[in-house]
Design a protein around this ligand. Sequence first.
Ligand code: SF4
Length: 224
Amino acid sequence: MNIIEEIKKYFTYLNELGIDFFPISEKLNKFLKNNNYLSVNNIEKIKESLLACKKCALHRIRKQPIWGEGSEDAQLMIISEYPDRDEDFYGRPFVGANEEILKKMLSAIKLKKEDFFITHAVKCKTPGGRPPEIDEILACKYYLLNQIKLLKPKLILAFGFTPPKMFFENSSTFSSIRGNHIKIKDSVVLFTYHPNYIIKNPIVKRLIWEDLQKFRKLYEENFL
Ligand code: SF4
């Protein structure tokens, strides 16, 4: 057995659980950091672990977990809820009618889909499209938080009920947070309805429009 490799794997495991400091000697911490054993600052590594992820039961029915789409240098991010059947099939967020609605919404505030890195809060589809359970949301939190940490978007537009549950672990309701922007780490996140809500419930169109105007204002404050 290669002891160094085993130790490396163990520290990587702890690091994936969110532990990035070990109360041991400064010298050892420095050694580990220099050897990159503690580093999760590696997008490829997180993508790899996402593709193999079996942290919750959703892995059994997905075709594939979805990392996201768009430039990883984009300063804007969209967080959708969880993949639907078509997204699971094609392996990318926003396909078909939802993609068209999204494009229209963004063009109304003079932005394009390509200006964003687009991802989901929960990375695998759910049975029959039901909302993810809280244990599934929390199991998947690691990936989104690391995407935010590594891609460092300045502004995030978060759609639907799942992102608030993930960020606030069920302590905030969507209605109390919708239309508000909140600083999470170095990013400002604005919460609004998912675009496909317009199809199911046209009455929310006006509320989404108001939220998009707020997002445009934040964009102008940060980038223009
Ligand atoms: S939903 Fe997230 S935590 Fe669950 S299996 Fe898929 S990638 Fe892993």
